[in-house]
Design a protein around this ligand. Sequence first.
Ligand code: CS2
Length: 491
Amino acid sequence: MTRISNDTLKPVPDGIEKPGYDRATVTVGIVHLGIGAFHRAHQAVFTDDVLAHDPSWGICGVSLRSPDTRDALAPQDGLYTLKIQDGGGETLRIIGSVVEMLVAPEGPKAVLARMADPATRIVSLTVTEKGYCHNPATGMLDENHPDVLHDLQNPAAPRSAVGFIVEALARRRAAGVAAFTLLSCDNLPSNGHVLKRVVSRFAELRDPGLAAFVADVASPSTMIDRIVPATTDADRAAIAAALGVDDAWPVVTEPFRQWIIEDHFPLGRPAWEEAGAVFVPEVSAFETMKLRLLNGSHSTLAYLGFLAGAETVADAMALPGMQPLIDGLMSEEVSPTLPPLAGFDLAAYRGALIQRFKNPALRHRTWQIAMDGSQKLPQRLLGTIRDRMRAGASYDRLVLGVAAWMSYARGLDEAGEAIDVRDPLAGRIAALTQGLDDPEQIVVAFLGITEVFADDLSRDDGFRAALTDGLSRLLSKGAAVELAAWQRPVR
Ligand code: CS2
């Protein structure tokens, strides 16, 4: 079958929405680092919605590692299908906002040239937590990170997002071009601040004059939300059948989408509010809420669900005891720790999350969410646990999520089979826990990883005891039996 492209768009059935602007007039205004499925189902869609107002905000999508996305999208002129689905049905839409694709390892020069171009006014990122080359517990640049060391030595051929950003800023400074706005769209607390901090430190390590220029760069924080599972071959086949043309790289998502952004864009920005984005002076309260309620629940669901044999989040939600556990985690343990959000209906937000997790049409694998736990847990579960400890309040469900991560990350499932653990610390965790089967020893080994737990939690006796208790139950009874105990209203 032919591939979707500018030339083959016409025969695509009328019921399927297509770009409502002339793609030939679109020019690049945004360079996006990390053009994965999430970006293509979120920011690229908000941008597609507003390109008719101003075609100067097209996206150049950069892959920092693999050429897959460029290889798939280049023959399609950057076009791809967005499939939105839940139990109520599905809609398809063709997105046209990505007009250029670059692969950083193949052509760092081209990426830097595009970032340094005066027409580029925003550099946005979805590079995942580990892409910030930071210490997850402190949020500071990891100055011994191999990519950081490499990029300091090789400024003109960087590997990391941080290295690309600082070199591009150096070139703009040298050319007398104003700095672009940085826009982090990753699941980190105060993501704009984290990004600014690592970029500033990296610039300082390169040259103090450059550091002074970088100090003035705008880096608004954002809260981003849309659940986007990895696309499967079955999705591709169903989408091709509906379109009448092939699409090698569609994305599949839920109806819900949310984007809350601090409005600080010195060189301007697309009118994303026309597409439903919300601009606020301060995003951190929203970000904390989302990270702790949605992502904290997601990680808990992923580890407990995976261990209990659930392939997807919806399957995990159907395990006896899981929904009451997640409900209680959100309402009793997380919500009291959240900063006040005037006029925001937290109960409705939690209720909507439960429904989103149960979306039967999204096959969101627990294994996918389980990835990179060492980078995710600090902001998803551990900060909440700290707040609960300070308040002298219980954190039984939260700690069970952390214990489930330990059980998972040591790399053995309940049948004793190896788990394919994807985590930058996987090797270290395996070495630390190898041959251990006593829950307390396993917990102690994990707690030694201070870039996850920081000194306070690493040394906390109460936390260690609670983790040991949770891990003992998981290892002796199994996750399904442990979950079933949460069906009772009182333990
Ligand atoms: C998920 C997130 O993979 C994960 O860790 O928790 O990607 C989640 O789906 C998004 O943050 C939803 O906005």
